[in-house]
Structures are given as C-alpha cells and as structure tokens.
Design a protein around this ligand. Structure first.
Ligand SMILES: NC(=O)c1ccc[n+]([C@@H]2O[C@H](COP(=O)([O-])OP(=O)(O)OC[C@H]3O[C@@H](n4cnc5c(N)ncnc54)[C@H](O)[C@@H]3O)[C@@H](O)[C@H]2O)c1
Length: 249
C-alpha cells in the first residue's frame, strides 16, 4: 500500500534508531517534511544524514521528550521552520533490564515512566496547543502489545504502556470535535536496538506472537501511517494492534 503525505509536516520523537527511524523513512518516502528528535546526538546525526541522502527534507532536533522546556523548544523550532505541525508520532521510549518486580529500583521506575508516559503527555500537550491554533492535526502514540498484555519481569515498562493507552483514549475524546484525531499503535516485538539490548534469545519472543515471528519495522510504520492518514478518518482513541496476533492468544 502506498501512502501520500506530500508536504505534510510530520514530527517523530526518538527517531534516531529503531521504529522511529523506520517511521521517518516511510513518511519521507511518502513525501512528508520531517522533524525528527532524539536524546542521542550520534543517533540523531546519523539518522538525519541517512534521510537526507534518501532525498528527505528533515529538521533534526536533539531533545529529551521527558523535559518540558525541551519539548516546548522543539515545537517552537518546528513551527519556525515549517509553519505548522500536521502529524506527530510520539515514539521515544525506553525500558529497564528484565527484573522481578520486588527487585526493581525506584530510580528505574521513575526513568521509564518519565520517558514513556510523561514524555508522551508533555509532547501531546505541546502538539495539541499548536494543532488547536492551526485547526487540526493527527497524533499517533507508540504504545505496545503490552498496553493490554502482561510481560513478566518488565513491570515499569508494562505500567507505562498501559498508561499510554489510557492517556491516548481520554485525550482523544477531549479533542474529537476539534479535528484532532489521537490514536495509538500497539506493536508486538521487533528486533530494534532496544529489544536486542534486553533479550538474548529473540526466538523466545517470537513464540509470543500467533504468527510465530517478530514483526518488522516497516510493518509497524505501515500501521502508524494508516493512523496518521485519512484512511483512518473515523478512528480516534483507538489502539491498533500490529502484533502478529499476540493480543488474540
Ligand atoms: N521494538 C519493539 O519490539 C517495540 C514493541 C512495542 C513498542 N515499542 C515502542 O516503540 C518505541 C520505539 O522503540 P524502539 O524499539 O525503536 O527503541 P530503540 O531504543 O531502538 O529506539 C528508541 C530511540 O528513542 C531515543 N530516546 C530514548 N529516550 C529518549 C528521550 N527521553 N527523548 C528522546 N529520544 C529518546 C533513543 O535514543 C533511541 O534512538 C518505544 O516507545 C517502545 O516502547 C517497541
């Protein structure tokens, strides 16, 4: 399926690697103008260079999605460069090493919640303020198959992703009559740097999915683009599973 995002201004947070980078490539191929962020300068520089080599128009911003002033500065920079923000993909995320619940340190819990939950909350606030000024927009939050399912020994991550689902649904209702559609994508496992750093044997993860394999970054990007496009014009507050049937098991 081909999507057309010609001249749409698309923000993707945490796009220096993994799913965010895959989304950036996919939106660029569909004609979008990109603003991409990452907390890692090296990852951001490489992603910007690769996207530009691919012909994309891209603004790269070093940014911590969990820092309010950073997030507001990010929005200002996007509006200064492009004049508007049509689509935002709140993708930046992190996790703790797998650990039994009673062993998890408070700092680890706080770190995951700061990026995965507060980061989405802060980004949505800044994005919606701009979208209200311009009369509409589309937001896709990157939640997880673990927004509905359990994953033992990943309690901070699962907690944060359940919360992102609730946040997405309730905020979507608040702005549904102002042409701001807000949905979440719930991916199954994909072999990104995040997952590879946490799990030694990826074949074990494959068995969680009815399709019995991991997903690809492109399969997740396809779902994100669907939610950002007019093909999903009657969807808001939805959680779209792109999880190889994990949620159905
Ligand atoms: N990979 C999977 O299997 C999977 C499954 C479901 C959901 N997700 C979600 O998808 C999103 C992307 O995950 P990924 O697997 O591509 O991870 P990744 O670690 O491969 O890439 C995430 C990027 O986000 C950046 N980042 C981290 N903290 C940040 C912050 N505070 N501000 C800005 N950027 C920051 C990292 O530097 C990195 O470049 C996350 O929200 C993750 O929870 C991933």
């Amino acid at each position: 399926m081909t999507f057309d995002f010609n001249d749409k201004v698309v923000l993707i947070t945490g796009a220096g690697a993994g799913l965010g980078y895959a989304c950036a490539l996919a939106f660029a191929d569909a004609g979008a103008k990109l603003a991409i962020t990452d907390i890692s300068p090296d990852a951001l520089d490489k992603a910007v260079a690769d996207l530009q080599e691919n012909g994309a128009e891209v603004l790269g911003l070093i940014n911590d999605a969990s820092d309010c002033s950073d997030v507001n500065t990010m929005l200002d920079a996007i509006v200064e460069r492009f004049g508007r923000l049509d689509i935002a993909v709140n993708n930046a995320g992190t996790a703790t090493p797998l650990q039994e619940f009673h062993e998890v340190g408070e700092a680890e819990f706080d770190r995951v919640m700061a990026v995965n939950l507060k980061g989405v909350w802060l980004c949505m606030q800044a994005e919606i303020r701009q979208m209200l000024k311009q009369g509409g927009g589309r937001i896709v939050n990157v939640a997880s198959a673990t927004s509905r399912n359990t994953f033992p020994n990943a309690s901070p991550y699962v907690t944060s992703k359940f919360a992102v689902a609730g946040l997405t649904r309730t905020v979507a209702v608040e702005y549904a009559n102002r042409d701001i559609r807000i949905n979440a994508i719930c991916p199954g496992n994909v072999a990104t740097p995040l997952v590879v750093s946490l799990v030694e044997d990826l074949s074990v993860l494959a068995t969680k999915h009815a399709i019995n394999r991991l997903g690809t970054p492109q399969e997740v990007a396809n779902g994100v683009m669907y939610l950002a496009s007019d093909l999903s014009s009657f969807s808001t507050g939805s959680l779209l599973e792109v999880d190889g049937g994990w949620n159905a098991i």
